[in-house]
Design a protein around this ligand. Structure first.
Ligand code: GLU
Length: 299
């Protein structure tokens, strides 16, 4: 289904609880909040806590407190993915029932993990596509992909097209460690929550074609996408949640707005920052770049 424009705006912020909000995740949170509020829309927070091994205890609550302190108030109850396994199980069963997904017995070492494949990661060669070879144990579930490119227009980054088959190949929707893959969960939840607009960091631009592929297979509506530049350090590395300083003050918000091409004039007080940005919000002012130095744009 093409992106829907007729439904009332629903946005979301979907942090993984791997650490407190830092400058980079604050940029994503602020952008999605502003885009939703400027459109008079609703804004949800969803804690993506499926990967318990990567979770840091207390991080989810810290993130929520930081959002509150910044004035990034959400609507409705906070959703936690760890409480929604039934929905992912049903979606997985649906994919398997129609033959769109299959069990794979390959080990990580044999093919590399394509679940969240960074650029340059190995492409799944389709080893188990036609069924598991004798003696192989089922490990993960993969979804079939096609060569023809999936195209969409990002509201900031512009036209994008990717052949998922060529970029990553049949990708994992249920991991060998028993965890539902991010790609599956995000698609199920965005649809269940009625999300019309996904606003997030451009490190996830490469995941979007995979998500559209799953939306098609599961017959779910496609949201519109807006990917903001990822904040990188002077050496060009993404600011990591684990190492970046927690961001929860007005100075951080000011810097995040500047990073998004909305530098507040000096006479806008700390308490008025969000309201000023909501009134002046213009996605076309967001730099059209996948990555941007946090230090250059900010202080
Ligand atoms: N949970 C993901 C992250 O923190 C974001 C998912 C999304 O916005 O689609 O990187």
């Amino acid at each position: 289904m093409p992106p829907e424009r007729t439904r009332p705006y629903v946005g979301r912020f979907a942090p993984s609880p791997t650490g407190p909000l830092h400058f980079g995740s604050l940029v994503a949170a602020a952008a999605s909040w502003l885009d939703a509020r400027a459109a008079g829309g609703r804004w949800h927070v969803r804690i993506e806590d499926l990967d318990r091994a990567r979770e840091r205890p207390g991080a989810a609550d810290t993130i929520l407190r930081q959002l509150e302190a910044l004035g990034l108030v959400w609507d409705g109850a906070v959703v936690r993915q760890s409480e929604r396994l039934e929905r992912y199980r049903a979606a997985l069963a649906q994919l398997q029932a129609c033959g769109a997904a299959y069990w794979c017995g390959c080990t990580r070492r044999e093919i590399g993990d394509s679940a969240l494949a960074p650029e340059g990661a190995s492409v799944y060669p389709g080893t188990c596509r036609a069924g598991l070879a004798a003696g192989r144990k089922p490990r993960a579930v993969r979804v079939r992909t096609a060569a023809e490119p999936i195209a969409f227009v990002d509201r900031v980054q512009g036209a994008f097209a990717e052949s998922v088959e060529r970029a990553v190949g049949d990708f994992v929707v249920y991991r060998a460690d028993g965890v539902f893959a991010y790609q599956l969960a995000v698609v199920v939840d965005d649809a269940a929550q009625g999300v019309t607009d996904v606003v997030r960091g451009a490190d996830l631009l490469d995941s979007t074609a995979r998500q559209i592929h799953l939306q098609r297979l599961l017959e779910l509506p496609r949201p519109r996408y807006l990917h903001v530049p990822v904040a990188v350090d002077a050496a060009g590395r993404k600011l990591a949640k684990r190492t970046g300083a927690p961001a929860a003050g007005a100075d951080d918000l000011r810097a995040a707005l500047a990073f998004l091409g909305h530098a507040p004039p000096r006479d806008v007080g700390d308490r008025e920052l969000l309201e000023w940005a909501r009134r002046t919000w213009n996605p076309q002012a967001i730099p059209r770049a996948r990555a941007l130095s946090a230090t250059a744009a900010a202080r």
